[in-house]
Design a protein around this ligand. Structure first.
Ligand code: SF4
Ligand code: SF4
Length: 386
């Protein structure tokens, strides 16, 4: 039996229906990307078959620690987020801005064609949808939108997956970004695995999502299905591995630019930049010019950069942020404070990646809490100094 499922109307599909969805996305011309196990981690890659999803795998995460483990069931989305985010597709690590070629006396300059790739992202978590919305603001919110990002984003089809479990470094509840996707998707799935069987509650969030569901075998959701989906999300919300007190956090960071905590974190921080590479909202780039040995062709490429490098703050003769102390302070202050001034929101969605993938286990929630605790101590001034 099939039922129309428009926005707000929930239906239920089986594993076979999920395969039909992948097939329909492929037939509609989308490059379908989803989670897959590669080299001991769950990353986002091209998928065509439900069998390629990480069935029966989960991830165990803590500060500086990530391990895949077997689950006791065959859940397809029984993990949280891995080292990659969807940023690598919408805002690729390397992108050619222009190229030039000498033809005799003529120099020809070519700008790349707008990227016509149509991505379908399958398995986008609520925190990642929020991160995409933040990058939308960064790349398209001003008077000069990023042409490549805008094209890829415009063409993207998003299949969200609501979290039924939280990871050890997750804190999306604190940041108001999860664990349930409430907007910004074309379709949203909640995986249900109980006595009633393995199935997915599916809700359409756009006309494109509603259209994509046509022709996919489904039934109307029952009250029991809806209750099971609510319980799954509530379970995840109650399992957050981390929390962050965000009350007045913008001002807290602003008041404590000279706090001694920055020296303590700098003793551990390697300035490796891992936290910025895995973060789904970090967007800094640099440009490099390359030429061939004959000097007849050249190109300018834009590459991901990190505020943890000395070169990132280089200005005519020296770097502004010479110390690790100043670079860590810059990163966390931008994320949790000056991002509000720049873009009107927090720059952190609570995905926990920077905690998991920091080789020395520096934890953004721990650093923010320590700053708050020390700044509130009675024998310290408002800037935290004794
Ligand atoms: S700062 Fe850390 S927790 Fe926040 S969005 Fe970036 S990687 Fe995720
Ligand atoms: S906080 Fe951790 S991940 Fe970030 S630069 Fe320092 S050592 Fe690297």
């Amino acid at each position: 039996m099939t039922q129309p499922a428009g926005p707000g109307k929930a239906a239920v599909i089986a594993r076979a229906g999920l395969q039909q969805l992948l097939d329909a996305l492929g037939a509609a011309g989308y490059e379908v990307l989803g989670p897959a196990v590669r080299d001991g981690a769950i990353v986002y890659d091209r998928i065509a078959k439900v069998d390629e999803l990480p069935a029966g795998w989960t991830d165990r995460q803590d500060a500086g620690r990530y391990r895949l483990e077997r689950r006791g069931d065959q859940a397809l989305f029984g993990f949280v987020v891995g080292p990659q985010s969807w940023k690598r597709f919408l805002h690729p690590p390397v992108e050619t801005l222009w190229s030039t070629r000498q033809e005799g006396e003529r120099m020809e300059v070519t700008a790349p064609q707008p990227d016509a790739t149509r991505y379908a992202f399958v398995g986008v978590r609520a925190c990642e949808i929020r991160a995409i919305a933040i990058q939308d603001q960064v790349f398209c919110g001003g008077p000069f939108p990023d042409v490549g990002y805008a094209a890829r984003r415009h063409n993207a089809f998003i299949v969200a997956v609501n979290c039924g479990e939280a990871g050890g470094t997750c804190f999306c509840v604190s940041m108001g970004s999860g664990p349930q996707a409430t907007a910004g998707f074309d379709l949203a799935l909640t995986e249900l695995l109980d006595d009633a069987g393995h199935r997915f509650l599916v809700e359409a969030g756009s006309a494109a999502g509603t259209a994509m569901l046509q022709g996919i075998d489904r039934r109307a959701a029952t009250d029991a299905d809806l209750a099971a989906a609510r319980a799954a999300v509530a379970r995840a919300a109650g399992q957050m591995g981390r929390t962050m007190d965000t009350d007045g956090i913008r001002e807290l960071l602003q008041r404590n630019a000279e706090h001694p905590r920055w020296d303590q974190v700098a003793e551990r921080c390697l300035s490796c930049g891992n936290c910025t590479m895995v973060c789904p909202t970090c967007f800094c780039t640099t440009v490099e010019d390359h030429s061939d040995l004959a000097g007849t062709s050249a190109e300018r490429v834009r590459k991901w950069d990190s505020c943890f490098t000395l070169e990132h703050s280089y200005l005519h003769g020296g770097s502004v942020r010479q110390s690790t102390r100043s670079r860590y302070r810059q990163w966390i202050t931008h994320k949790l404070s000056s991002w509000f001034d720049q873009f009107g929101s927090s720059g952190c969605v609570g995905c926990g990646r920077c905690i998991t993938w920091c080789p020395v286990g520096i934890d953004i929630t721990e650093e923010a809490a320590a700053l708050r605790t020390a700044a509130a101590a009675p024998n310290r001034g408002q800037d935290g100094t004794p």
